[in-house]
Design a protein around this ligand. Structure first.
Ligand SMILES: Nc1ncnc2c1ncn2[C@@H]1O[C@H](COP(=O)(O)OP(=O)(O)O)[C@@H](O)[C@H]1O
Ligand SMILES: [Mg+2]
Length: 234
């Protein structure tokens, strides 16, 4: 398997590809989505039977367009990362909000999500939105890898100068050979995965001057640890 990790000097090419995709793919894709919506509406007058095969076909087209749109949006987020907007943020409400957002999905799958947010620094200088996105990616990966009856914990730690955010799951874990590639762009072992979640997450954390580490045991679970300086260097 080739190493598709980003190398110094790759950026201008990635940005040029992104500009092409934004224009040549996203615009027609949006037009297609709008037209499928119009077709659905007009068809209702012609084919009243909602179970007719044609509706299944349209639903399939619509769902494939949505997947493609998600992929394009995620690729553009990777290729054209927004600048960090740093501000002093209270980390506990940020993580609490995120847990509230994801807990219905966890409950639906029968996975227990526990929070332990009392340790470590409370206020950190971060980009609120981007940090939330990074942690959410890790929690989503944990959820996708954890079977019903399993557990995910989200906890904080660290000291004055450094905040740790730890996402631990009791899921399937990652084999040694896959672990060597999980930060490669487009590496995915999931059906419907984009392979962009971990590269985006790591980039966000590194832009804050922090690190993202994964430790895992196949069959036993995975721990993702974000380490962030409480105040990134200017
Ligand atoms: N917590 C986890 N447990 C097991 N496997 C994981 C976990 N997090 C990531 N992975 C593996 O790393 C791959 C890449 O993850 P990611 O970059 O988020 O892309 P995607 O989620 O779209 O596949 C996943 O397909 C999965 O195989
Ligand atoms: Mg992912």
């Amino acid at each position: 398997m080739s190493d598709s990790r980003e190398r110094p000097g790759d950026r201008p090419l990635i940005e040029a590809v992104a500009a092409g995709i934004a224009h040549e793919v996203r615009n027609p894709l949006n037009a297609l989505q709008i037209n499928v919506g119009i077709l659905e509406q007009e068809l209702a007058a012609l084919v009243p039977d909602q179970k007719a095969h044609v509706y299944l076909v349209l639903a399939k087209i619509s769902s494939e367009l949505t997947s493609l749109d998600n992929f394009v949006s995620e690729f553009l987020r990777y290729a054209r990362p927004p600048r960090l907007k740093l501000e002093a943020v209270n980390i506990r409400p940020l993580l609490n909000d995120l847990a509230m957002f994801i807990s219905p999905e966890c409950a639906k799958k029968g996975v227990a999500l526990t929070l332990s947010l009392d340790a470590g620094p409370v206020v950190v200088v971060v980009d609120n939105f981007q940090l939330k996105h990074a942690v959410l990616n890790l929690v989503l990966n944990a959820l996708q890898a954890t079977p019903p009856g399993g557990k995910i914990s989200l906890s904080t730690g660290g000291d004055q100068g450094q905040l740790l955010i730890v996402v631990r799951d009791t899921g399937e874990g990652i084999t040694e050979s896959a672990l060597a590639h999980v930060f490669d762009v487009f590496f995915t072992m999931r059906e419907g995965g984009t392979g962009l979640g971990l590269p985006i997450t790591r980039r966000i954390i590194e832009e804050h001057g922090g690190t993202l580490e994964l430790s895992t045991r196949a069959g036993a679970g995975t721990t993702a640890t974000i380490s962030l300086p409480t105040k990134p260097r200017a």
